[in-house]
Ligand binder design. Structure first.
Ligand code: ATP
Ligand code: MG
Length: 272
């Protein structure tokens, strides 16, 4: 059994209020994620990467097929699956530290645990130190740069210490340098703590630098068309010939066209 299993998953969304037409976003996706993997999902815009991640998070349910975590159907979000989306909002009226503590409190309470404020503050402080934000712990999010806010979101994920990190283009709004620095710290973290990470990105160079596996989706409606497994034994050098060639090979496989409408059969299944 894999840690996360998507079995023959299709997802259609109704496109009108009366639920008479639907658009197919995912088309029979089979995708397993093993414990300790760093899987990057790539593919053209609109191919269903965010929908896939949202299903793993428990925010979106499949129309057909099954999404499982440790063999159990995912029906809602859970503390074992931490999420960072591109514009993951921080609560503006709380300090950086309070934002992290707040997330911890919610997660512990949701899991029926006892919240210990001092212990939570310590975990939050450790997580902020890991991402280099200990000196801004008392500041409000609106006083931070975009990169710092993203690091707060990462710190929150670290403090929660979820088994799985689900990350949707977490660094895409950042400048090259900040992005690279955060990529490297995430990669180190993954190597040290052996988390399971599912990471959505448009940046193929970023994917080849960090992933243990890269999964390419077709254009809309998305399904898995190609996968590449990378050795995790050696150091990753972005200027190495192997990585540059791999990135080129992946770019050559990147689909362009799009269909994106439900077939009659899928519509029938969707509408019952
Ligand atoms: N809640 C929703 N209601 C209706 N359609 C949706 C919804 N969420 C996603 N879709 C549609 O599903 C398709 C896949 O969307 P998704 O956001 O997963 O794409 P993506 O691969 O993440 O694209 P991008 O790279 O641009 O972020 C799109 O056509 C989108 O319009
Ligand atoms: Mg997306």
């Amino acid at each position: 059994m894999s840690l996360i299993e998507l079995t023959d998953v299709s997802k259609a969304f109704f496109t009108d209020r009366h639920k008479t037409t639907a658009k197919l976003s995912l088309d029979h996706v089979d995708l397993n994620v093993e414990e300790g993997e760093f899987v990057s999902l790539i593919g053209p815009s609109g191919c269903g990467k965010t929908v896939t991640l949202s299903m793993m998070a428990g925010f979106v349910m499949p129309t057909l097929g099954e999404v499982r975590f440790r063999g159990e159907c995912i029906e809602k979000p859970g503390p074992e699956r931490g999420v960072v989306f591109q514009e993951y909002s921080l609560l503006p009226w709380l300090s950086v530290m309070q934002n992290v503590v707040f997330a911890l409190r919610n997660s512990i309470r949701a899991a029926g645990g006892r919240f210990d404020r001092e212990e939570a503050a310590q975990r939050a402080a450790d997580a902020l130190a890991t991402v280099g934000l200990d000196d801004v712990a008392d500041m409000r999010p609106n006083t931070l740069s975009g990169g710092m806010k993203q690091r707060v979101a990462i710190a929150r994920l670290l403090a929660l210490d979820s088994e799985v990190f689900l990350m949707d283009e977490p660094f895409s709004a950042l400048d090259e340098q900040t992005r690279h620095a955060l990529d490297m710290s995430l990669f180190e973290l993954w190597r040290e703590r052996r988390k399971t990470i599912v990471f959505v990105t448009h940046n193929i160079s970023e994917a080849v630098l960090m992933s243990s596996r890269i999964v390419l989706f077709s254009s809309s409606p998305g399904h898995v068309v190609e996968q590449w497994t990378l050795s995790t034994e050696t150091e990753r050098d972005p200027s190495s010939r192997e990585l540059i060639e791999l990135a080129d090979e992946i770019r050559a496989h990147m689909p362009l066209s799009s269909r994106g409408f439900a077939t009659n059969r899928e519509m029938g299944e969707l509408l019952g």
